[in-house]
Structures are given as structure tokens and as C-alpha cells.
Ligand binder design. Structure first.
Ligand code: NAD
Length: 271
């Protein structure tokens, strides 16, 4: 089947689906200028061993370094804006009867685009929480002392993200599993499918009888087979095209998108 025919077939699935479930990974935010995990040559993770910055024991050993590393990432993320891929998912949510959005991203760009009830499996870097009691804060005081103290108990604050070796939020995970098992269409967007348990969601949906659509410029790590449609390309191109094809006769609710200077498909070179 040619890619035009695949887009038409997937648009048809989208138009007739009762429950669309979506899993997004770092790739959907690449066009917003946020480096993906596997951007090995220029990525943040190429310069830091995850064991040194993204584990509870790393934080215990070097709290200031870990705090500063996340503060730097947070600053870059706060400068980023949602891209047409994020906006297209908002559009799909408005048009289908039931919609579940699960993300592995910690950047908060789905909510910034207007998506509702996003299941953030790996947390959100825009929030912090108490290292001792887990109380979550959206706003906190920065000062000379890093990490800053929890306003409640004085223990360190830490980023509200799930580190390697930590448990994922139980309720979010259960909702994601339920969605994978009950949806009729599952979109897997911008993920290399290497980090479990999120990686299994598309294939759970497939085994439960849903059509699975993979949107990614690369097919590395993606399954092939009956009921799995691969749409090669960037999320910011493919998703708006799909929406336009599915609901071409209805007015689009896309907000205008302005590409900023220096922001392209790839991560900033300084990373
Ligand atoms: P990953 O880095 O392992 O894979 C990214 C995938 O996106 C790759 O398959 C790549 O081919 C694809 N991709 C690149 N550009 C794309 C585009 N424009 N459109 C669509 N796809 C594109 O990411 P992952 O699978 O999400 O797993 C990495 C882990 O790192 C996750 O746990 C996540 O929490 C974390 N992470 C999050 C962010 C973020 O919040 N934006 C960024 C980096 C890492």
C-alpha cells in the first residue's frame, strides 16, 4: 500500500473509532526543540550517565548536582512551545467519542497545547515534590541552598519525575492498561518502545484487537504485522495531515503555528 493509501486508511479508522488511545514519547516534542532520550550524539544523556543524575541514589549522593541538572532541563522546557503534533492530538480529542492520552514525556507540552486529563507516566519536570513525604508543589522558592527545602518539613525538594528504579504512578498505569485493552485504535507516536512498561502498551492494544498506528520517522524497534500501520514521518507533519484527511469537510480548530528561528526538527546544538 502506498503511504497516501495508508494515510487514507488510518484517517478512516480515526473517523470511525469509538475509543482512541495514544502513547507519546520524546519524539513528539523533538519539533518543539526538546532533545529525545536517544539523540545520542548531541543529547543531554550522552554527557551524563543516567546513574549519575536520574536515580534516587544519585540524588542522595549528589543532591545539588542532580537538582542543577534538572533545573537546566526545566529552563529549556519552559522556553519550548507545543508544536502541530501536540495541537493535532487536541483536535482528535475534541472529535472522537472517547480519548485517552498517555505520555512518557515529562515536559508538560500536551497540557500546554490544551489536552485534558493527560496520563503522565514518568511525571512532570514542571513540578517538584518532597523527598521525604512526597508532597507535590507546582510553585516553590529557589534560593542559594540547592535543593531548596520543603516548605512543610524542611527535607529536600526533588523533581516530580520518575527516576530509573522507581515505581510508575499506579492509577495512571492502570488507566493506560485499561485503555490499551478497550480502545479500537491505538496511536504510538514518537517512541522507540524501549522503556517498559509503556513500551508494551501498543502491543497490548494490538493483542486485544485494536488497530495500531505507529508514527515515527524511523521504524527501528517497531513491530510489523497485520493490524499495525506504520506512518513514516515527523509527528508534526503526519498528525495534522491525518486530522485534515479524517475530517476534511469540517473547520479546523488548529491554533496558528509559528516556527521559531533556530527551532527545527532536531535538538538545539548546544545540548
Ligand atoms: P526515545 O528518545 O527513546 O525515542 C524517541 C523516538 O522518537 C525515536 O523512535 C525517534 O525515531 C522518534 N522521533 C524523533 N523525532 C520525531 C518526530 N519529529 N516525530 C515523531 N517521532 C520522532 O524516547 P522515548 O521512547 O519517549 O523514551 C525515552 C525516555 O526519556 C522516556 O522515559 C521519557 O520520559 C524520557 N524523555 C522525555 C523527554 C520529554 O519530556 N520531551 C525528552 C527526552 C527523554
Amino acid at each position: 500500500m502506498s503511504s497516501t493509501h495508508i494515510v487514507e486508511a488510518v484517517a478512516d479508522l480515526l473517523r470511525h473509532a469509538d475509543h482512541v488511545a495514544v502513547l507519546t514519547g520524546a519524539g513528539i516534542s523533538a519539533e518543539s526543540g526538546i532533545p529525545t532520550f536517544r539523540d545520542a550524539l548531541s543529547g543531554l544523556w550522552a554527557q551524563f550517565d543516567p546513574d549519575e543524575v536520574a536515580t534516587p541514589s544519585a540524588f542522595e549522593r549528589r543532591p545539588e548536582l542532580v537538582w542543577d541538572w534538572y533545573a537546566e532541563r526545566r529552563l529549556r522546557i519552559l522556553e519550548a512551545a507545543p508544536n502541530p503534533g501536540h495541537h493535532a492530538l487536541v483536535e482528535i480529542e475534541r472529535r472522537v467519542p472517547r480519548f485517552t492520552l498517555v505520555t512518557q514525556n515529562i515536559d508538560g507540552l500536551h497540557a500546554a497545547a490544551g489536552s485534558r486529563a493527560v496520563i503522565e507516566l514518568h511525571g512532570n519536570i514542571r513540578r517538584v515534590k518532597c523527598w521525604r513525604e512526597g508532597t507535590v508543589f507546582e510553585v516553590w522558592q529557589e534560593g542559594d541552598v540547592r535543593p531548596p527545602p520543603c516548605p512543610g518539613c524542611g527535607a529536600w525538594l526533588r523533581p516530580d519525575v520518575v527516576w530509573f528504579g522507581e515505581l510508575l504512578p499506579e492509577e495512571g498505569l492502570r488507566t493506560a492498561w485499561d485503555a490499551a485493552e478497550s480502545c479500537d485504535l491505538f496511536l504510538s507516536i514518537g517512541t522507540s518502545n524501549l522503556v517498559e512498561p509503556a513500551a508494551s502498551l501498543p502491543w497490548m492494544a494490538h493483542d486485544a484487537g485494536a488497530a495500531v498506528v505507529v508514527i515515527n520517522p524511523s521504524d527501528e524497534g517497531q513491530r510489523r504485522g497485520r493490524g499495525i500501520h506504520f506512518l513514516p514521518g515527523r509527528a508534526g507533519d503526519v498528525l495534522p495531515a491525518l486530522v485534515a484527511k479524517a475530517w476534511h469537510d469540517e473547520p479546523s480548530a488548529f491554533p496558528p503555528f509559528r516556527r521559531e528561528r533556530g527551532r527545527g526538527a532536531g535538538p538545539p546544538s548546544s545540548n
